[in-house]
Design a protein around this ligand. Structure first.
Ligand code: PRP
Ligand code: 7HP
Length: 174
């Protein structure tokens, strides 16, 4: 890494290894089922695409886009649906796939919203969890890594739409 503002927190290899473990757990928990994985755009796209290629039960995917952040690193607390699902989730085993839980506002809102659509089951997997930042209580069902309260970029996560392409997860120093 040549950019002095960036410090590696998790290497691509560490992330890959953890995703294999998560996928094994999901394959076990959803044995005999056909879960619908809902990726939350845009940050979760890379995690979702790596995860589904390791899961050994048949999955479907769909996407939602919600917005609670501008170009700043802090949450406005306002959640809006920018793109909704293309299908009904009634009676389905649904797994929301996120890159990070920070304040918990986004997933708290999404979970409440999707529950009203009567899925058979509704769980949440996040690659990263920053519990120190919570504004509302929220516990993911599956979590890749618990991380400290540092702003991270790479592996899908951005700062002002930059850095999503980085293979490692990095801390963005001011
Ligand atoms: C990020 C992340 C989560 C949300 C988590 O998305 O992907 O959706 O913030 O934050 P919270 O727990 O404080 O609500 P962001 O709004 O940055 O959009 P992006 O995925 O398109 O980068
Ligand atoms: C959102 C977000 N986006 C990128 N990096 C972080 O650390 C973040 N927390 N919440």
């Amino acid at each position: 890494m040549t950019d002095e503002k960036l410090e590696v927190m998790l290497t691509a290899e560490q992330i890959g290894n953890r995703i294999r473990e998560l996928a094994a757990q999901i394959s076990k928990d959803y044995q005999g089922k056909n879960p619908l994985l809902i990726g939350v755009l845009k940050g979760a796209v890379i995690f979702l695409s790596d995860l589904i290629r390791q899961i050994e039960v048949p999955v479907e995917i769909d996407f939602m886009a919600v917005s609670s952040y501008g170009v700043d690193t802090d949450s406005s607390g306002v959640v809006r649906i920018l793109k909704d699902l293309e299908q009904s989730i009634q009676g389905k085993d649904v797994l929301i796939v996120e890159d990070i839980v920070d304040t918990g506002l986004t997933l708290n809102y999404l979970r409440e919203n999707l529950i009203t659509r009567q899925p058979k089951t509704l769980k949440v997997i996040t690659l990263l969890d920053k519990p120190d930042r919570r504004k509302v209580p929220f516990e993911p069902d599956y979590c890749g890594f618990i991380i400290p309260d540092r702003f991270v970029i790479g592996y899908g996560l951005d700062y002002g739409e930059d850095y999503r392409h980085l293979a490692d997860l990095c801390i963005l120093n001011p």
